[in-house]
Design a protein around this ligand. Structure first.
Ligand SMILES: [Zn+2]
Length: 114
């Protein structure tokens, strides 16, 4: 993946991180009370669900860790490579799941191990 593509994904990940942060803080009760902040959280949930699916929104904390890991990999110039076998992860998969760390094969193998 060239630097320009990586930058594009980085921007997307940063946006996603912001929304996830909002959800995690709401779970922790750190968001100041009141109707307005709840609306904000609803909006964040909706936005993530629309773009990435409900699984990510309901696992906001775990997703946030993955997003941070992906951002570190962009910094290191390793983004888009499978962490297990080193193969380039198809961009289509990264579009659907910008914080994917493994190719589909390795992901499946890991899930079967669990
Ligand atoms: Zn792999």
């Amino acid at each position: 993946m060239d630097e320009r593509d990586a930058k594009r994904f980085e921007k997307r990940l940063l946006g996603l991180r912001e929304e996830l942060n909002r959800l995690v803080q709401a779970e922790d009760g750190e968001v100041e009370g009141g109707r307005d902040s709840m609306d904000e959280v609803d909006q964040a949930t909706e936005l993530i669900e629309r773009e990435f699916g409900s699984l990510i929104a309901t696992n906001a904390r775990a997703s946030l860790e993955k997003v941070n890991a992906a951002l570190k990999r962009i910094e290191a110039g390793e983004y888009g490579k499978c962490q297990e076998c080193g193969v380039e992860i198809p961009e289509k998969r990264l579009h659907a799941l910008p914080f994917a760390l493994y190719c589909v094969n390795c992901q499946q193998a890991l899930e079967e191990d669990q």
